[in-house]
Design a protein around this ligand. Sequence first.
Ligand code: PLP
Length: 440
Amino acid sequence: MKEITDQLKGYTAALSLHVPGHHRHTIGSLHLPVEHDMTEITGLDDYHHAEDVIAKSELILSRHADYRARYLVNGTTTGILSVILAHKKLSTKRVAMMRNVHKSVLNALDLTGTEAVILPMTVSDKTNQYDGIDFDQLHINMLKKIDLVVLTYPNYFGEIFNIKEAIEWFHAHDIEVLVDEAHGAHFDITDSFPSSSIKYAGDYIVQSYHKTLPALTMGSVIHMKKQSKLVEEVYYYLSVLQTSSPSYLILSSLEQAHDFYLHYHDAVFLSQRSELIAGLKQTFDVIEVGDPLKLVIRKQGFTGEEIKALIEREQIFVELSTYDSVLLVLPLWHAGDTYPFKELVKRIERITVPERTSVFQSLILNQADGSYKPVTGQFKAVQLKEGVGCRVYHALTPYPPGIPYVLPGEVLTAGHIKVLETFENVHGIIDGNINIIDEG
Ligand SMILES: Cc1ncc(COP(=O)(O)O)c(C=O)c1O
């Protein structure tokens, strides 16, 4: 019995509306024979000291003359960790970050004991997700002793904000910018898609090629502006954190994905996307966001989990569900792809859903600025109300939807408690108690 292998074999009829971007090898034309799973023998260069084929390929990978690009074989996660570790080594200052940062950012802060200022956030009317920085509430005096900011652009749901203005604002205040562009590797692929922050001189930009372009899972790319302060130190940490046995299959898939990116035309994508939206609208509400590659669907009275189950009955698998919606990642359809698009539309049109009228309570997201301090040492349990003014040890997360409302290390306020009390189930509150940092 081979548990994983046998399970994987069960998806032959499955259609992918989720990552990775090759959508079960139907997008692009990845050529990855197992005999190309090689190691660093003569002629194949040395990933951690690239001077030959890998170095040459990385020159082509660079999207801008001012940038150096580096293949990542352990995902965007290691790119983010490396920038924050490099920052800690070279600077005594703190970092600032958006509230919707990926867990790798929090892990890097914890590993390095770095404190962070949480920026005031805007929330999307369409998806109720964090979608940008609230510059009206941001004042430079909040950013004392900050020389690096971490931005999430786009958010997971494909929503964008004015990244050009944001980068210019931080640069004007001598703050370097790390952009987590995990969900934007395909940006600028044609004019129909949003622009990458590479266009606007972000300092360190990390893209998960595997999420939206046809590359193997774990294949990412970091683009670093040549004159940014941490470049050499980031290279050092990339070597520390990544495997010493880099996969040539991942490297080759990244190179092929980049070639796909350079030669892509979007006519087929745009017309099939319209056809899919029309099919979805027969049953669901369809929410279009800044990135045409993402669609959010809803149905009044249904939880995201229920919608997902209805779709999965048709053997269509989606990226994720929230308390009230489902996120679809569309394939970058193109002439000659092998994605079974007609079958997808047929199955979507087959889905029927009864009418319901109930509406869910949606979470009022915490948009305020705050501060994150890595939690260390002892914790103690106190009644929720007694916790006002204390730093929480475990995140307080209303569930659903499962988005942290108060992060570990943040100071709990009476305002937080007012919102938290409106939820029946909050992870981090057990029998009315929360864990706070025992400051001794
Ligand atoms: C916003 C964001 N950043 C970073 C990552 C990590 O990317 P990777 O899977 O390439 O390590 C993810 C993964 O889902 C993500 O959603």
